[in-house]
Design a protein around this ligand. Sequence first.
Ligand code: PLP
Length: 355
Amino acid sequence: MKKYNFNAGPSILPREVIENTAKQVLDFNGSGLSLMEISHRSKDFQPVLDEAVALIKELLNVPEGYSVIFLGGGASLQFTQVPCNFLIKKAAYLNTGVWAKKSMKEAKLYGEVVEVATSADANFTYIPKVFDIPTDADYLHVTTNNTIYGTEIRKEIDSPIPLIGDMSSDIFSRPVDVSKYDCIYAGAQKNLAMAGVTVIIVKDEKLGRAPRQIPTMLDYRTHVDKGSMFNTPPVVPIYCALETLRWIKKSGGVEAMDKKAIERAKIIYDEIDRNRLFRGTVKEEDRSLMNICFVMNEDFAELEKPFMEFATQKGMVGIKGHRDVGGFRASCYNAMSIEGAEAFAACMKEFEAKL
Ligand code: PLP
Protein backbone atom coordinates (compact mmCIF):
# COMPACT_ATOMS: atom_id res chain seq x y z
CA MET A 1 0.00 0.00 0.00
CA LYS A 2 1.23 3.50 -0.79
CA LYS A 3 2.37 5.40 2.32
CA TYR A 4 1.98 9.15 2.73
CA ASN A 5 4.50 10.64 5.13
CA PHE A 6 2.99 13.48 7.18
CA ASN A 7 5.66 13.39 9.89
CA ALA A 8 6.55 16.77 11.43
CA GLY A 9 10.30 16.21 11.26
CA PRO A 10 12.42 14.42 10.37
CA SER A 11 10.02 14.18 7.53
CA ILE A 12 9.35 13.57 3.87
CA LEU A 13 12.10 14.21 1.32
CA PRO A 14 11.85 13.83 -2.45
CA ARG A 15 12.49 10.18 -3.36
CA GLU A 16 15.20 11.12 -5.87
CA VAL A 17 17.04 13.06 -3.14
CA ILE A 18 17.14 9.96 -0.96
CA GLU A 19 18.20 7.73 -3.85
CA ASN A 20 20.92 10.07 -5.09
CA THR A 21 22.27 10.54 -1.56
CA ALA A 22 22.23 6.78 -0.98
CA LYS A 23 24.23 6.26 -4.20
CA GLN A 24 26.92 8.66 -3.02
CA VAL A 25 26.96 7.03 0.40
CA LEU A 26 27.77 3.75 -1.35
CA ASP A 27 30.24 5.16 -3.87
CA PHE A 28 31.16 8.82 -3.81
CA ASN A 29 31.75 10.21 -7.30
CA GLY A 30 32.92 6.82 -8.52
CA SER A 31 35.87 6.86 -6.09
CA GLY A 32 35.08 3.44 -4.67
CA LEU A 33 34.80 5.07 -1.23
CA SER A 34 31.67 6.00 0.64
CA LEU A 35 30.74 9.66 1.14
CA MET A 36 31.10 8.73 4.81
CA GLU A 37 34.70 7.71 4.31
CA ILE A 38 36.18 10.67 2.49
CA SER A 39 37.90 13.73 3.92
CA HIS A 40 35.72 16.82 4.05
CA ARG A 41 38.77 18.59 2.64
CA SER A 42 39.05 16.28 -0.36
CA LYS A 43 38.89 17.96 -3.74
CA ASP A 44 35.58 16.27 -4.49
CA PHE A 45 33.73 17.48 -1.40
CA GLN A 46 34.51 21.18 -1.61
CA PRO A 47 32.39 21.54 -4.79
CA VAL A 48 29.46 19.96 -2.93
CA LEU A 49 29.61 22.61 -0.24
CA ASP A 50 30.21 25.41 -2.74
CA GLU A 51 27.26 24.39 -4.90
CA ALA A 52 24.97 24.08 -1.86
CA VAL A 53 25.90 27.59 -0.69
CA ALA A 54 25.48 28.99 -4.20
CA LEU A 55 22.06 27.38 -4.59
CA ILE A 56 20.84 28.71 -1.23
CA LYS A 57 21.91 32.20 -2.29
CA GLU A 58 20.24 31.79 -5.66
CA LEU A 59 16.99 30.24 -4.43
CA LEU A 60 16.45 32.75 -1.62
CA ASN A 61 17.85 35.65 -3.58
CA VAL A 62 20.33 36.38 -0.78
CA PRO A 63 21.73 39.89 -1.21
CA GLU A 64 25.44 40.77 -1.20
CA GLY A 65 26.94 41.04 2.26
CA TYR A 66 25.48 37.83 3.67
CA SER A 67 27.26 34.55 4.33
CA VAL A 68 25.76 31.08 4.30
CA ILE A 69 27.20 28.48 6.67
CA PHE A 70 26.44 24.92 7.69
CA LEU A 71 26.81 23.96 11.34
CA GLY A 72 25.93 21.10 13.65
CA GLY A 73 23.97 21.42 16.89
CA GLY A 74 20.50 21.76 15.37
CA ALA A 75 18.33 24.84 15.49
CA SER A 76 18.50 24.51 19.27
CA LEU A 77 22.15 25.59 19.28
CA GLN A 78 21.09 28.71 17.39
CA PHE A 79 18.88 29.69 20.33
CA THR A 80 22.21 30.31 22.14
CA GLN A 81 24.45 31.25 19.24
CA VAL A 82 22.16 34.01 17.98
CA PRO A 83 22.13 36.11 21.17
CA CYS A 84 25.77 35.32 21.88
CA ASN A 85 26.68 36.97 18.54
CA PHE A 86 23.93 39.54 18.03
CA LEU A 87 22.63 40.64 21.42
CA ILE A 88 24.48 43.76 22.46
CA LYS A 89 22.13 45.07 25.14
CA LYS A 90 18.54 44.25 24.50
CA ALA A 91 16.64 41.86 22.23
CA ALA A 92 12.96 41.60 21.34
CA TYR A 93 11.23 38.23 20.96
CA LEU A 94 7.80 37.32 19.64
CA ASN A 95 6.54 34.44 21.74
CA THR A 96 4.59 32.09 19.50
CA GLY A 97 5.19 28.83 21.33
CA VAL A 98 7.61 26.22 22.55
CA TRP A 99 10.50 27.04 20.21
CA ALA A 100 10.22 30.78 20.75
CA LYS A 101 10.19 30.24 24.51
CA LYS A 102 13.30 28.10 24.31
CA SER A 103 15.09 30.75 22.27
CA MET A 104 14.08 33.47 24.78
CA LYS A 105 15.38 31.42 27.69
CA GLU A 106 18.84 31.26 26.11
CA ALA A 107 18.85 34.93 25.12
CA LYS A 108 18.33 35.92 28.74
CA LEU A 109 21.82 34.59 29.45
CA TYR A 110 23.22 37.42 27.33
CA GLY A 111 21.15 40.51 28.09
CA GLU A 112 17.72 42.04 28.43
CA VAL A 113 14.94 40.23 26.60
CA VAL A 114 11.64 41.93 25.81
CA GLU A 115 8.69 39.70 24.95
CA VAL A 116 6.87 41.97 22.51
CA ALA A 117 3.74 39.81 22.45
CA THR A 118 2.54 36.30 23.13
CA SER A 119 -0.36 34.12 22.09
CA ALA A 120 0.00 31.93 25.19
CA ASP A 121 -3.51 33.05 26.26
CA ALA A 122 -4.96 30.86 23.49
CA ASN A 123 -2.39 28.05 23.53
CA PHE A 124 -0.51 29.71 20.66
CA THR A 125 -3.29 29.23 18.12
CA TYR A 126 -2.74 32.63 16.52
CA ILE A 127 0.05 35.05 15.66
CA PRO A 128 -0.11 38.30 17.67
CA LYS A 129 -0.43 41.21 15.23
CA VAL A 130 -0.43 44.41 17.23
CA PHE A 131 2.57 45.08 19.41
CA ASP A 132 5.29 47.63 20.00
CA ILE A 133 8.79 46.80 18.93
CA PRO A 134 11.39 48.65 21.01
CA THR A 135 13.49 50.64 18.56
CA ASP A 136 16.52 50.40 20.84
CA ALA A 137 16.56 46.59 20.72
CA ASP A 138 19.24 44.90 18.63
CA TYR A 139 16.85 42.58 16.81
CA LEU A 140 13.37 41.08 16.76
CA HIS A 141 13.41 37.29 16.86
CA VAL A 142 10.52 35.46 15.20
CA THR A 143 9.72 31.79 14.63
CA THR A 144 8.26 32.02 11.15
CA ASN A 145 6.53 28.65 11.33
CA ASN A 146 5.41 27.11 14.59
CA THR A 147 5.72 23.42 13.90
CA ILE A 148 3.85 22.33 17.02
CA TYR A 149 0.82 24.65 16.86
CA GLY A 150 0.50 25.06 13.10
CA THR A 151 0.76 28.84 12.87
CA GLU A 152 2.89 30.64 10.31
CA ILE A 153 4.11 34.17 9.62
CA ARG A 154 4.11 34.19 5.84
CA LYS A 155 5.07 37.80 5.31
CA GLU A 156 7.93 39.61 6.95
CA ILE A 157 6.78 41.60 9.97
CA ASP A 158 7.07 45.30 9.43
CA SER A 159 9.80 46.05 11.96
CA PRO A 160 11.91 49.14 12.66
CA ILE A 161 14.74 46.85 13.78
CA PRO A 162 16.35 43.90 11.97
CA LEU A 163 14.67 40.53 12.15
CA ILE A 164 16.20 37.22 13.14
CA GLY A 165 14.20 34.23 11.96
CA ASP A 166 13.96 30.64 13.08
CA MET A 167 12.79 29.15 9.77
CA SER A 168 13.39 25.53 10.70
CA SER A 169 10.06 24.34 9.40
CA ASP A 170 9.29 26.64 6.47
CA ILE A 171 12.61 27.56 4.88
CA PHE A 172 12.56 27.07 1.08
CA SER A 173 8.77 26.76 1.11
CA ARG A 174 8.25 30.35 -0.08
CA PRO A 175 10.20 33.47 -1.10
CA VAL A 176 11.71 35.46 1.77
CA ASP A 177 13.01 39.01 1.85
CA VAL A 178 16.42 38.16 3.32
CA SER A 179 17.43 41.83 3.43
CA LYS A 180 15.07 42.32 6.39
CA TYR A 181 17.03 39.82 8.46
CA ASP A 182 20.37 39.93 10.26
CA CYS A 183 20.21 36.18 10.58
CA ILE A 184 18.08 33.29 9.38
CA TYR A 185 18.58 29.77 10.69
CA ALA A 186 16.97 26.42 10.06
CA GLY A 187 17.56 22.89 11.22
CA ALA A 188 17.60 20.86 8.01
CA GLN A 189 15.39 17.95 8.97
CA LYS A 190 12.11 19.23 7.60
CA ASN A 191 12.31 20.93 4.23
CA LEU A 192 15.95 20.34 3.40
CA ALA A 193 17.74 17.18 4.41
CA MET A 194 18.26 14.43 6.91
CA ALA A 195 18.93 15.65 10.46
CA GLY A 196 22.45 16.68 11.41
CA VAL A 197 23.01 20.06 9.82
CA THR A 198 21.70 23.59 10.32
CA VAL A 199 21.73 26.27 7.64
CA ILE A 200 22.56 29.77 8.80
CA ILE A 201 22.44 32.96 6.76
CA VAL A 202 24.15 35.88 8.49
CA LYS A 203 24.66 39.52 7.64
CA ASP A 204 28.44 39.94 7.68
CA GLU A 205 28.60 43.54 8.87
CA LYS A 206 26.61 42.66 12.02
CA LEU A 207 29.17 40.14 13.22
CA GLY A 208 31.79 40.96 15.84
CA ARG A 209 29.83 43.74 17.50
CA ALA A 210 28.72 41.98 20.67
CA PRO A 211 30.64 43.15 23.74
CA ARG A 212 31.71 39.74 24.96
CA GLN A 213 34.24 37.06 24.37
CA ILE A 214 32.58 34.51 22.16
CA PRO A 215 33.85 30.92 22.42
CA THR A 216 35.55 30.06 19.11
CA MET A 217 32.99 27.45 18.06
CA LEU A 218 30.07 29.78 18.86
CA ASP A 219 31.49 32.71 16.91
CA TYR A 220 29.85 32.87 13.48
CA ARG A 221 33.01 34.54 12.16
CA THR A 222 34.98 31.34 12.81
CA HIS A 223 32.73 29.43 10.43
CA VAL A 224 32.29 32.22 7.89
CA ASP A 225 36.08 32.68 7.69
CA LYS A 226 36.68 28.95 7.26
CA GLY A 227 33.79 28.34 4.86
CA SER A 228 32.03 25.92 7.27
CA MET A 229 35.25 23.88 7.48
CA PHE A 230 36.67 25.06 10.82
CA ASN A 231 35.82 21.65 12.17
CA THR A 232 34.59 18.55 10.37
CA PRO A 233 31.18 19.37 8.87
CA PRO A 234 28.40 16.75 8.60
CA VAL A 235 29.15 15.75 5.01
CA VAL A 236 26.26 13.37 4.39
CA PRO A 237 23.51 15.78 5.55
CA ILE A 238 25.18 18.56 3.52
CA TYR A 239 25.24 16.35 0.45
CA CYS A 240 21.58 15.49 1.05
CA ALA A 241 20.79 19.22 1.33
CA LEU A 242 22.54 19.81 -2.00
CA GLU A 243 20.35 17.20 -3.67
CA THR A 244 17.21 18.84 -2.23
CA LEU A 245 18.35 22.28 -3.35
CA ARG A 246 18.93 20.95 -6.88
CA TRP A 247 15.46 19.41 -6.77
CA ILE A 248 13.88 22.69 -5.63
CA LYS A 249 15.63 24.58 -8.43
CA LYS A 250 14.60 22.01 -11.02
CA SER A 251 11.02 22.14 -9.72
CA GLY A 252 10.74 25.90 -10.26
CA GLY A 253 12.35 27.37 -7.13
CA VAL A 254 10.73 28.66 -3.96
CA GLU A 255 7.98 30.39 -5.94
CA ALA A 256 6.85 27.00 -7.24
CA MET A 257 7.17 25.51 -3.72
CA ASP A 258 4.95 28.31 -2.42
CA LYS A 259 2.32 27.76 -5.08
CA LYS A 260 2.27 24.05 -4.41
CA ALA A 261 2.11 24.62 -0.62
CA ILE A 262 -0.91 26.90 -1.01
CA GLU A 263 -2.71 24.40 -3.23
CA ARG A 264 -1.85 21.43 -1.03
CA ALA A 265 -2.86 23.08 2.24
CA LYS A 266 -6.12 24.34 0.72
CA ILE A 267 -7.15 20.80 -0.15
CA ILE A 268 -6.75 19.67 3.46
CA TYR A 269 -8.07 22.80 5.21
CA ASP A 270 -11.12 22.86 2.92
CA GLU A 271 -11.93 19.31 3.94
CA ILE A 272 -11.39 20.07 7.65
CA ASP A 273 -13.78 23.03 7.32
CA ARG A 274 -16.36 21.04 5.37
CA ASN A 275 -16.28 17.84 7.38
CA ARG A 276 -18.61 17.82 10.39
CA LEU A 277 -16.24 15.61 12.38
CA PHE A 278 -13.25 17.93 12.46
CA ARG A 279 -12.23 21.47 13.21
CA GLY A 280 -8.95 23.33 12.68
CA THR A 281 -7.24 24.57 15.84
CA VAL A 282 -5.66 27.72 14.41
CA LYS A 283 -7.15 31.13 13.61
CA GLU A 284 -7.81 31.01 9.88
CA GLU A 285 -5.52 33.84 8.78
CA ASP A 286 -2.57 32.35 10.68
CA ARG A 287 -2.87 28.78 9.47
CA SER A 288 0.43 27.20 8.56
CA LEU A 289 0.84 25.72 5.11
CA MET A 290 3.43 23.32 6.52
CA ASN A 291 1.80 21.90 9.65
CA ILE A 292 -1.96 21.48 9.50
CA CYS A 293 -3.37 21.01 13.01
CA PHE A 294 -6.92 19.89 13.72
CA VAL A 295 -9.02 18.02 16.27
CA MET A 296 -12.32 16.14 16.35
CA ASN A 297 -15.34 18.32 17.03
CA GLU A 298 -16.53 17.89 20.64
CA ASP A 299 -19.54 15.80 19.61
CA PHE A 300 -17.26 13.27 17.95
CA ALA A 301 -14.40 13.24 20.46
CA GLU A 302 -14.66 9.50 20.95
CA LEU A 303 -13.83 9.00 17.26
CA GLU A 304 -10.27 10.24 17.61
CA LYS A 305 -8.76 6.79 18.05
CA PRO A 306 -10.91 5.14 15.36
CA PHE A 307 -9.95 7.88 12.88
CA MET A 308 -6.29 7.43 13.70
CA GLU A 309 -6.62 3.70 13.04
CA PHE A 310 -8.60 4.25 9.84
CA ALA A 311 -6.09 6.77 8.50
CA THR A 312 -3.19 4.49 9.36
CA GLN A 313 -4.86 1.67 7.42
CA LYS A 314 -5.15 4.04 4.47
CA GLY A 315 -1.39 4.64 4.51
CA MET A 316 -1.32 7.99 6.35
CA VAL A 317 1.80 8.15 8.50
CA GLY A 318 2.76 10.53 11.31
CA ILE A 319 -0.54 12.37 11.75
CA LYS A 320 -0.75 12.36 15.54
CA GLY A 321 -0.81 15.90 16.91
CA HIS A 322 1.92 17.13 19.23
CA ARG A 323 1.16 16.33 22.88
CA ASP A 324 0.74 20.08 23.65
CA VAL A 325 -2.10 20.38 21.13
CA GLY A 326 -3.58 16.88 20.84
CA GLY A 327 -5.67 15.76 17.88
CA PHE A 328 -3.95 15.55 14.54
CA ARG A 329 -1.20 17.26 12.58
CA ALA A 330 -0.65 16.67 8.89
CA SER A 331 2.75 18.12 8.04
CA CYS A 332 3.04 18.99 4.37
CA TYR A 333 6.60 19.90 3.53
CA ASN A 334 7.92 20.61 0.04
CA ALA A 335 8.14 16.97 -1.00
CA MET A 336 4.49 16.22 -0.17
CA SER A 337 2.59 15.82 -3.43
CA ILE A 338 -0.80 17.28 -4.27
CA GLU A 339 -1.90 13.68 -4.62
CA GLY A 340 -0.85 13.09 -0.98
CA ALA A 341 -3.02 15.99 0.18
CA GLU A 342 -5.92 14.68 -1.92
CA ALA A 343 -5.49 11.20 -0.46
CA PHE A 344 -5.59 12.65 3.04
CA ALA A 345 -8.71 14.71 2.36
CA ALA A 346 -10.37 11.67 0.75
CA CYS A 347 -9.53 9.62 3.83
CA MET A 348 -11.29 12.16 6.08
CA LYS A 349 -14.28 12.21 3.77
CA GLU A 350 -14.50 8.44 3.62
CA PHE A 351 -14.34 8.19 7.40
CA GLU A 352 -17.21 10.65 7.75
CA ALA A 353 -19.27 8.75 5.18
CA LYS A 354 -18.89 5.52 7.17
CA LEU A 355 -20.84 6.94 10.13
N1 PLP B 1 12.65 25.52 15.80
C1 PLP B 1 11.57 24.96 15.21
C2 PLP B 1 10.56 25.85 14.57
C3 PLP B 1 11.42 23.57 15.22
O1 PLP B 1 10.35 23.01 14.64
C4 PLP B 1 12.40 22.76 15.82
C5 PLP B 1 12.30 21.29 15.84
O2 PLP B 1 11.32 20.69 15.50
C6 PLP B 1 13.51 23.40 16.44
C7 PLP B 1 13.59 24.76 16.39
C8 PLP B 1 14.58 22.59 17.10
O3 PLP B 1 15.36 22.00 16.12
P1 PLP B 1 16.54 21.00 16.44
O4 PLP B 1 15.94 19.72 16.88
O5 PLP B 1 17.24 20.92 15.11
O6 PLP B 1 17.40 21.59 17.48
